[in-house]
Design a protein around this ligand. Structure first.
Ligand code: NAG
Ligand code: NAG
Ligand code: NAG
Ligand code: NAG
Ligand code: NAG
Ligand code: NAG
Ligand code: NAG
Ligand code: NAG
Length: 430
């Protein structure tokens, strides 16, 4: 397979040239939903906890959320830097989380360094609270948390499952695959953490989680009802969609008649899709009982000359450290799309929280699976590994890794929402 060499093109065009290599990454990324094996390893953390059903039934205290467990008012957690912290990170190990798919276990797949697991995101203006798994599960009691999006979002789902699963005893947790969903259940909490495959959020010919076309993509810009049915009533929804739009500057789409296929500029199509989504949100979400989050785009690191001037044809392969330049903004993040998301969210009547993880992730050129992942459901061969120019995956992330930080930020928001809802229900005595 050959890869086009884009470095001579103006940067405006670069962000679309995701080449044939990208197409095959997306295929394998999504096919994994069914193919991965769930091993039933025992967690070494089990004995920490001996909660029985009776305990829960008898003692059901409200969860206390203290000030240092939520993001300080006025602190922008998305502005900060990565600091070395091999004492607190990683939070879990590849070995201790049986729910990770092979695609993300970079170390087990042969990645020689593990520095990428040891960075902590440090906001400039405050501390990011550490994730307390028991507390999160208690807040999620009798609730559903659902991640909706593409394979990047699936990584965030797996990260969240790994961040909480170790406190749940064996036999009290399970992972089911019912395409397009994956459902992790914490039985004693009657809580689920779910993933829903919808790479464009709206409907498309790529919605079959197992068998879908990547190159002949066709999106239905005004259709969301079929998906929406399955999101109805979910307590916490976390949306994301980006990389699938970025294959070419145009995309085939319908709007209105399903037989009237036209080529749309991607930015136009994305806006129409977001408006369809926004309309669904306004008509289907009850802001008193439900909460919606939207993740900003996950950046790619396809061309190393962006952070290593003078370099020619490298990518994220071999990178072991984050980018230190605080103003770094790569071409893997499209600002038009960012604007579109900002616009659409700002016009919503319902408060959707935007988690702007793009820049903090943009520093992490070291965090991708690179050649230590899979292609078409198989780990790369030795020959493929020795050809990172063609085979490195600079889109998906290793776990443990960058998506764990996205979840810590989400966690802090979930706790804050819980606290403010509770204080409305039962105001503190004067
Ligand atoms: C929450 O705090 C209150 C008052 O400090 C205490 O009585 C209660 O036991 C705490 N609840 C939990 C679940 O820790
Ligand atoms: C943590 O990092 C420090 C500084 O690089 C190093 O000296 C130490 O050996 C590391 N500890 C572990 C457990 O890796
Ligand atoms: C479990 O949670 C669901 C909501 O996700 C709720 O409808 C159901 O009543 C709960 N079951 C029990 C036994 O509390
Ligand atoms: C995948 O879908 C295509 C087109 O819908 C169909 O022709 C093909 O047989 C399907 N493959 C599998 C493995 O189901
Ligand atoms: C749209 O579909 C037509 C017909 O299949 C195809 O020739 C064209 O390349 C497609 N356009 C894009 C942007 O994929
Ligand atoms: C699509 O984008 C091209 C190039 O950016 C622009 O010239 C054209 O006017 C756009 N078309 C529409 C329908 O927005
Ligand atoms: C990757 O790093 C190794 C060891 O530092 C070096 O020998 C090799 O040339 C590097 N490969 C590329 C493609 O940069
Ligand atoms: C997200 O953050 C980046 C940089 O941190 C900023 O440039 C961008 O405007 C933000 N996007 C929105 C929609 O607020």
């Amino acid at each position: 397979m050959t890869t086009a060499q884009p470095q001579t093109l103006p940067s405006r065009q670069i962000q679309f040239l995701f080449t044939v290599a990208l197409a095959s990454l997306l295929i394998l990324g999504s096919a994994r939903i069914m193919l991965d094996n769930l091993k039933n390893n025992r967690s070494p953390f089990l004995r920490l906890l001996h909660l029985t059903k009776r305990d829960y039934k008898v003692v059901r205290l409200p969860v206390n959320v203290s000030d240092d467990e939520v993001i300080e008012d006025g602190c922008n957690v998305f502005e900060g830097k990565w600091v070395w912290d091999n004492l607190s990170f990683p939070v879990y190990g590849e070995e201790s989380c049986p729910y990770l798919v092979k695609q993300v276990t970079c170390k087990r797949n042969g990645r020689p360094d593990s520095f990428y697991q040891n960075w902590r995101w440090q906001p400039h203006a405050c501390q990011l609270p550490r994730l307390n798994a028991l507390k999160l599960l208690e807040v999620l009691r009798d609730k559903r948390l659902m991640f909706v999006g593409d394979s990047i979002q699936r990584g965030m789902f797996e990260s969240m499952v790994c961040l909480v699963q170790s406190v749940i005893p064996e036999g009290k947790k399970s992972l089911q695959r019912i395409p397009p969903r994956k459902i992790f259940t914490a039985q004693d909490f009657n809580a689920t953490i779910e993933y829903f495959w919808a790479p464009f959020i709206i409907e498309s010919n790529s919605d079959n989680a197992i068998n879908h076309t990547v190159r002949k993509r066709l999106v239905r810009l005004d259709s969301i009802a079929k998906h929406g049915k399955q999101w109805e009533g979910v307590d916490i929804l976390v949306f994301e969609s980006y990389i699938w739009w970025m294959y070419k500057p145009q995309i085939n789409a319908t709007f209105g008649s399903p037989y009237d296929v036209r080529e749309y500029n991607v930015t136009t199509a994305y806006r129409l899709a977001m408006e369809t989504w926004a309309n669904w949100i306004e008509t289907s979400i009850d802001p008193n009982t439900q909460k919606v989050y939207f993740m900003s785009m996950s950046p790619t690191h396809l061309w190393d000359w962006e952070w290593k001037p003078g370099s020619h044809d490298g990518n994220c392969f071999n990178e072991t450290h984050p980018i230190q330049d605080p103003s770094y903004w790569g071409t893997g993040s499209n600002l038009h799309i960012m604007e579109t998301v900002r616009d659409v969210l700002s016009q919503l009547q319902i408060d959707v929280t935007f988690l702007n993880i793009t820049q903090l992730s943009d520093y992490r050129k070291d965090g991708h699976t690179s050649v230590y992942g899979e292609r078409r459901g198989k780990l790369l061969t030795k020959e493929q590994r020795s050809n990172p120019k063609t085979f490195a995956d600079c889109i998906h992330w290793c776990l443990p890794g960058v998506p764990d930080t996205w979840n810590e930020i989400l966690y802090a928001h979930i706790l804050k929402d819980y606290r403010s809802k509770r204080s409305k229900l039962c105001p503190a005595p004067l």
